[in-house]
Design a protein around this ligand. Structure first.
Ligand SMILES: [Zn+2]
Length: 275
């Protein structure tokens, strides 16, 4: 597997008098999948979401956080897919990491297998697995004067996914429930995923921080629903493998990062390991 190391993109997605929300996106080019990680910068502390995939981007994300000149209070890991946690071992070993209990259990039991399964990545891999030391439960918490609302979403892009809502900022950190401008990583229950996105649209957020691509608006969430509906219809019509991929590429030529098909198709249609 070869990855081009084009420059990442950094945007300040939202600002208020006391808060800035930063989004750091790895490359959209070649085999990269535009991994998006975020920083909620409060008056005195930083809270991070996810850690990047490839080691060079994890280091760049950490360097960017350090330029803000405030301590990292904690990092929330949204779910167990490796493109979200591999970077922990590269650049965030000194940071408290919090995740859903199911995510923590998975990393403890299967993290080493997942690393071994990606041996072809070579120098882009972390030195080892960081198992999160904090458990997130649904509910609310105020950190550095900012209200965070945590929820668990089951059986969509992944079995257990954490969402983080910042009600005063109108921001929903949706991570892999929303793919912004890129092809989606599809899983088995697309109809449930569609329902969850419909619920998010009915709530009071006007910005959705995606796990891939730039911060999204409601229109992009609606386009995700349409994409999932088209994929569900294609699968119901019996399309699989390369036929399915070609159908989606032809239907959504504007979406970036087609490399994601080759990651999920063997799992969706071929019974490959889910990590
Ligand atoms: Zn992802």
């Amino acid at each position: 597997m070869s990855h081009s190391l084009s420059a990442p993109i950094v945007v300040v997605a939202r600002r208020s008098p006391d808060v800035r929300v930063h989004t750091f996106v790895s490359s959209f080019l070649d085999n990269n999948i535009a991994n998006a990680t975020h920083i909620i910068e409060g008056p005195t502390k930083l809270v991070l979401v996810d850690s990047q995939f490839l080691a060079p981007y994890a280091r760049r994300f950490r360097e960017y956080a350090d330029t803000l000149g405030k301590p990292i209070e904690r990092l929330y890991l949204s779910h167990r897919h490796p493109d979200h946690w591999f970077g922990l071992g590269t650049a965030f070993r000194d940071v408290p990491v919090h995740a859903l209990a199911e995510t923590v259990d998975f990393l403890r039991e299967h993290g080493a297998d997942s690393l071994a399964d990606h041996w072809k990545m070579g120098d882009f891999l972390p030195d080892g697995v960081v198992v999160p030391d904090g458990i997130v439960r649904p509910g609310e918490e105020t950190i550095d004067g900012i209200r965070y609302v945590f929820d668990v979403v089951t059986d969509t892009e992944i079995d257990y996914h954490l969402t983080i809502k910042l009600p005063e900022l109108g921001v929903c950190v949706a991570q892999d429930l929303v793919y912004s401008g890129t092809h989606l990583y599809l899983s088995s229950d697309l109809h449930r995923w569609i329902r969850v996105l419909g619920q998010l649209l009915a709530e009071d957020h006007d910005m959705f921080l995606a796990g891939h691509g730039l911060p999204a608006d409601r229109n992009e969430v609606a386009r995700n629903i349409e994409y999932l509906s088209a994929a569900a219809a294609a699968a119901a019509d019996g399309l699989t493998g390369t036929d399915f991929k070609n159908f989606m590429l032809a239907r959504y030529p504007e979406r970036r990062c087609p490399g994601i098909f080759d990651i999920y198709l063997p799992r969706l249609f071929g019974g490959a390991a889910s990590y």
